[in-house]
Design a binder for this molecule. Structure first.
Ligand code: PLP
Length: 497
């Protein structure tokens, strides 16, 4: 059955999947959502024995209904290839009886690669399908990982340019080095003096700046988004939750129909929303555990029903979760409002004018699938140390937040269901904080000494993504204020006045 997409803020006009991917964000500032969540057409048992690519096809074809079989398979094959350092693509590590689904085996060693290695292919295919003549300009705000994954995905892709804004002092040293050394003459990387929310809000504003959009159109250019507001990011993320369940079943870790819990370290709410979509497609998932760091706006929301971004922004050791406006929550709000765009639009208006909104009791009752909690900096560091000492396995700071929150969940509920924790980054990306958590003595070492030490004590090879940047020259050094973002974009695109 065909799936069409409409904006969370106005569901009058419907577009195809390829049109939604091409546009990124709806004209009214809303996010594209599917008109229904398709059910899987095979049982979990029938999917056992299949490869990641085969399962990706089974899942994605149900959402991207205007892509032909050839188009979609071609995108999948080009995305999930030897860029990943294992043919399994998303392997499990079992530690302390819990399954860590390692989503960091792609080119930039964070889970963003799972979707951003396919997004450029989906977008180019979508452009062809819709006879788009314009060159696509990917405009992206990053809390550190999306930026590099999107740059890696779009660098050198004909018919595209990519501009990435990151918070100058809000990412890890390795994250920054990965971005500013990016090659490709269609890539632009800019640090902004501000935090991730400033970058994200600035980018959304540029998308809706009609004067800029017109100027670009005159120059044969159009924006699209590589952020998780693009439905083309969300759909590929549903795949690995289906895959995870199938693999546990295949290996006899769970039995047919057995419910598993899923724990996700959360920032922009994209990854956990993908798990929610997987559950709604029919994957036997019990609780969706939403783990936050000290920026615990989502925890407060799940407890009180009020989303309130009026608070201090904290810089933590898990920078990719340092977010106060979780964009993808809007897709969930739209759904629990009974797919009512008007109700959702009102709430989002309140968020942008007052910084907060409150959902009704009836909406709150529909959040029973979710459990929210958070881990502070001390608990996160403690978890890394403990895990290392107990098992030798080294968690990155984001995954450690999830692991700490999962413990709180078990303590509170006694729920002993098999559990998958989304392991979102390699510890090599956050070496300084990871090593410091294990032992203070590491504080004195340089970033790359820490890399080598981590490799030694964890008994894991240094990933290519890190080797690559050891000596790479810095190619991007633009820094600007958030008020200058528009001028910077115009200047890069050669359309400045
Ligand atoms: C992006 C990111 C997250 C947060 O994911 P969302 O989909 O934004 O909730 C968590 N951990 C890491 C390492 C990330 O890069």
């Amino acid at each position: 059955m065909e799936v069409l997409y409409s904006s969370t803020r106005n569901d009058g006009a419907k577009v195809t999947a390829s049109q939604a991917i091409l546009k990124g964000l709806a004209d009214d500032g809303g996010l594209f959502v599917p008109d229904h969540i398709p059910a899987l057409e095979c049982s979990m048992r029938e999917l056992t024995g299949k490869s990641y690519q085969e399962i990706a096809y089974e899942v994605m074809r149900l959402f991207l209904t205007d892509f032909t079989q050839d188009e979609l398979k071609n995108c999948i094959d080009r995305a999930y290839d030897s860029k990943f350092d294992t043919p399994i693509i998303a392997p499990f590590a079992e530690a302390e009886g819990t399954y860590y689904l390692e989503l960091f085996h792609g080119a930039t060693i964070a889970f963003k690669d799972m979707a951003l290695s396919i997004l450029p292919h989906l977008m180019i295919t979508a452009a062809k399908k819709n006879q788009a003549q314009n060159e696509i300009v990917i405009l992206t705000a990053t809390s550190g990982d999306t930026g590099k994954a999107a740059l890696a995905g779009f660098a050198g892709v004909e018919g595209t340019k990519i501009i990435v804004f990151y918070p100058k002092d809000g990412v890890s040293p390795i994250q920054e080095k990965q971005m500013v050394t990016q090659k490709g003459n269609n890539t632009f990387v800019v640090g902004i003096r501000g935090n991730f929310d400033d970058a994200q809000t600035g980018v959304k504003k540029l998308f809706n700046d009609q004067e800029l959009v017109k100027k670009m159109a005159d120059a044969g250019l159009q924006f699209s988004s590589a952020n998780s507001i693009n439905i083309g990011r969300l759909v590929p993320q549903v795949v690995y939750y289906v895959y995870a369940y199938v693999k546990l079943l295949e290996e006899g870790k769970i039995s047919d129909g057995e419910k598993i819990n899923v724990v996700v370290p959360t920032g922009n709410f994209g990854n956990i929303l993908a798990a929610f979509y997987a559950k709604n497609m029919g994957v036997p998932i019990g609780k969706l555990v939403c783990a936050s760091n000290e920026n615990k706006v989502l925890y407060d929301f799940f407890v009180t029903g009020t989303y309130d971004r009026n608070r201090q922004f904290m810089l933590t050791s898990s920078p990719s979760m340092d977010i106060l406006i979780s964009s993808n929550l809007e897709r969930l709000i739209y759904r629990i409002a009974g797919n009512d765009a008007k109700v959702n639009a009102e709430l989002m208006k309140s968020l942008s004018t007052n910084g907060s909104y409150e959902i009704t009791q009836q909406m709150k009752e529909q959040l029973a699938d979710f459990y929210g909690n958070y881990a502070d900096e001390r608990e996160t560091a403690q978890r890394i140390k403990e895990m290392y000492e107990n098992t030798g396995y080294i968690l990155d700071t984001h995954t450690a937040v999830a692991s700490a929150v999962y413990r709180k969940y078990v303590q509170e509920t006694g729920d002993g269901s098999a559990t998958v924790i989304a392991s979102t980054a390699s510890p090599f990306k956050f070496t300084r904080n990871v090593m410091k958590a294990i032992d203070e003595k590491y504080s004195a070492m340089s970033d790359f000494e820490l890399v080598d030490e981590l490799s030694k004590i964890g008994n894991v090879a240094v990933p290519n993504a890190i080797e690559e940047i050891r000596t790479a020259p810095i190619l991007h050094d633009t820094v600007c204020d958030k008020s200058e973002m528009k001028a910077v974009v115009e200047s890069f695109l050669g359309i400045g006045s």
